[in-house]
Write a protein that binds this ligand. Structure first.
Ligand SMILES: [Zn+2]
Length: 191
């Protein structure tokens, strides 16, 4: 039977996307030597209401500002520092966790107008960024940075690309092309 006074700490109770996000987050925190402890994941609406009542219609200090939470949608988790007596005292610890979250596309409550430093959440379409996806690609001439546009324009004119709308050029490729172009021009000049 559900008990609204008890926090669920099971990552498996989150939606698949949030499970993946939470596990990626924990993995990165571990890599950086941050002792993270999950204090809560999924929350029933009964528990959210119970927490909302705290400091309002029930004794205690206010612990939440909303009755609508991503916790009830199985998309959020809370953490603390896994050091006895220092669970919430270390602001730098939460800042570092927040930076890791940002890198992974996870929302950190510490950046909210009413900060909630122990809170992290995602949307149900969260996906882990892969290295290849993180690298920006330019697909059309208009997307190519101005310093390389003239060169790409010339290549388009000369029919170097099979599909002018799918150039799929990375920053590194543009740099290589610009350097090669410089070399060819230098050779021409020497003739
Ligand atoms: Zn939370």
């Amino acid at each position: 039977m559900a008990n609204e006074t008890k926090a669920c700490r099971d990552i498996g109770a989150l939606l698949p996307a949030a499970q993946a996000a939470c596990r990626a987050f924990l993995r990165e925190c571990e890599k950086e030597g941050l002792p993270v402890l999950i204090t809560e994941t999924y929350r029933t609406q009964e528990r959210q209401d119970y927490l909302y009542a705290q400091g309002r219609t029930r004794a205690g200090t206010i612990v939440t500002w909303t009755r609508k939470s991503r916790h009830t949608g199985r998309l959020a988790w809370d953490i603390c520092k896994n050091v006895k007596g220092q669970e919430y005292a270390d602001a730098a610890f939460f800042d570092r966790c927040g930076r890791i979250a940002a890198r992974l596309g996870i929302t950190w409550g510490g950046r909210w107008d009413t900060p909630d430093r122990s809170h992290f959440e995602v949307t149900s379409d969260w996906k882990e960024k892969r290295e290849t996806e993180m690298e920006k690609r330019y697909e059309t001439l208009a997307e190519v940075p101005s310093w390389a546009r003239e060169l790409v324009q010339e290549m388009l004119t000369r029919g170097c690309f099979a599909d002018p709308h799918r150039l799929h050029l990375s920053e590194d490729m543009l740099r290589t092309m610009a350097l090669t172009d410089r070399l060819l021009k230098a050779r021409e000049g020497r003739k």
